[in-house]
Design a protein around this ligand. Sequence first.
Ligand SMILES: [Zn+2]
Length: 61
Amino acid sequence: MIRTKNRACTGKRRHDSRDEAVEHRARLLARGAVRLAVYPCRRRACGGWHVGHLPKPRTTR
Ligand SMILES: [Zn+2]
């Protein structure tokens, strides 16, 4: 089987709705994950939601 270049989505859970992603994130946080964000996928072909690390840790100051 030949896979297309879907690197952006591979290895990540895809959720159909934001709620699902939020729930998944909560589970990860419960296991000790930190700074995870729920975000809509950039890829139109995907059209889902993902849970991932924030691009930049936000500093308050
Ligand atoms: Zn995606």
